[in-house]
Design a binder for this molecule. Structure first.
Ligand code: PLP
Length: 390
């Protein structure tokens, strides 16, 4: 028996999506070929683009298929930075926050180290919320130097949601482009691109029941960016490389199912999370819900455990066949405290004691029962291991 509760890291591919994926893998042809065989593949790709655009609430021409979230965030950040700083060399500031995913932080730090970009971090409070008043003041004083703003729509570790419309409203005054990493948000909360005022938005299929290795960058029609991959000029010249029609089809179907069931899934996973939080908080006063006061995604629940390491808890639960995480999968195996919790004002020790439980479409009440049954003993062992290592 095993219980998978690490859906923010990756989700199981839905059965219907797998069927769609394998069906289109059997089509032969390069979507750029002019013969009928290639054009059938092109048709499948364009159907996927059209269908995905509906789920995102954007125009089909605004969808650029990529290999996933990390490629999308890199293309948005480097591409917009290069475009804007080439237009005006005074613009070298990138505004972001310390709680962002490495897929955003690392390309920005690369631009700082290699290309003289300046990073400006919006302060984050104890609950992981960004300080919008501070952002407004910063923009009033220094907007001329800003190349772009990149702030995530929802955090993948804590589930904290940013009011992205407020960010774009502030930036609009100065015509500053805003990119959002919506990898954790898309498919788990309403994310209309049209209503958001965003210029770019990154999404990924494997977080919503689609396959790994396909994502999209949504770029508004008026936004210019410099490509980071050069070659055959596919995807409006912004992302060269033969387009992956089967993966695009699978992604589009996964998104369609998610968006169709969005409101019922939010309600369902919220009930699972509420039950989990109530039961887990009653085990010991050492464990508490992180970012309890913030607006959060229903499917991500993050706990802070005082006096024990999250890694110990993870391994103890793993032995019982329960798969959870301490934070971002990209840092798993690296015994470093979460940079997200550090940015939220935790000490290194506090940031090491965390447990993230994330629900997906196939988790049930029985999975919650299972983790609730096993957690008290696991917490007790992790706490005594924590005490003995002091
Ligand atoms: C918030 C966030 N951004 C970006 C990524 C990277 O996406 P991908 O795994 O598709 O490259 C992830 C994946 O963990 C994520 O959670």
């Amino acid at each position: 028996m095993s219980v998978y509760l690490d859906n923010a890291a990756t989700t199981p591919v839905r059965a219907e999506v797998l069927t769609e994926y394998t069906k289109y893998l059997q089509l032969l042809g390069n979507p750029s070929s002019v013969h009928t065989s290639g054009q059938l593949v092109r048709q499948a790709l364009e159907e996927a683009r059209e269908s995905l655009a509906k789920t995102i609430d954007c125009d089909r021409s605004e969808v650029l298929f990529t290999s996933g979230g990390t490629e999308s965030t890199n293309l948005a950040i480097k591409g917009i930075y290069w475009q804007r700083s080439a237009e005006n060399s005074k613009r070298n500031v990138i505004i972001t926050a310390g709680t962002e995913h490495h897929g955003v932080i690392d390309p920005i730090e690369w631009l700082e180290a290699q290309q003289s970009a300046e990073i400006v971090l919006v302060p984050v409070n104890f609950d992981g919320e960004i300080d919008l008043d501070w952002l407004a003041e910063y923009l009033t004083a220094d907007h001329e130097r800003v190349a772009l703003i990149s702030l995530m729509w929802a955090n993948n570790e804590t589930g904290v949601i940013t009011d992205i419309n407020k960010v774009t409203a502030l930036a609009k005054k100065y015509l500053i482009p805003v990119h959002t990493d919506a990898v954790a948000a898309f498919g788990h909360m309403p994310t209309s691109f049209k209503d958001s005022g965003l210029q770019a938005m990154s999404i990924s299929a494997h977080k919503i029941g689609g396959p790994v290795g396909v994502g999209a960058l949504i770029v508004s029609r008026s936004t210019k960016l410099v490509s980071i991959i050069h070659g055959g000029g596919q995807e409006r010249g912004m992302r060269s490389g033969t387009m992956n029609a089967p993966a695009a089809k699978a992604f589009a179907l996964a998104a369609e199912i998610c968006i169709q069931n969005l409101h019922s899934e939010i309600q369902r996973t919220q009930l699972l999370s509420d039950r989990l939080v109530a039961e887990v908080s009653a085990i010991t006063e050492n464990i508490s819900l992180t970012a309890a006061k913030a607006n959060r995604l229903a499917n991500i629940t993050h706990f802070t455990l005082a006096g024990a390491s999250g890694e110990s808890l993870l391994f103890l639960l793993d032995q019982k066949g329960i798969f959870v995480s301490t934070g971002s999968a990209c840092q798993a195996g690296v015994n470093r405290p979460s940079h997200v919790l550090i940015a939220m004002g935790r000490t290194e020790d506090q940031a090491k004691g965390c447990l993230r439980i994330t629900f997906g479409h196939d988790n049930t009440e029985a999975d919650v029962e299972c983790v609730i049954q096993e957690l008290p003993a696991a917490i007790e062992s992790a706490l005594s291991a924590g005490l003995s290592s002091q």
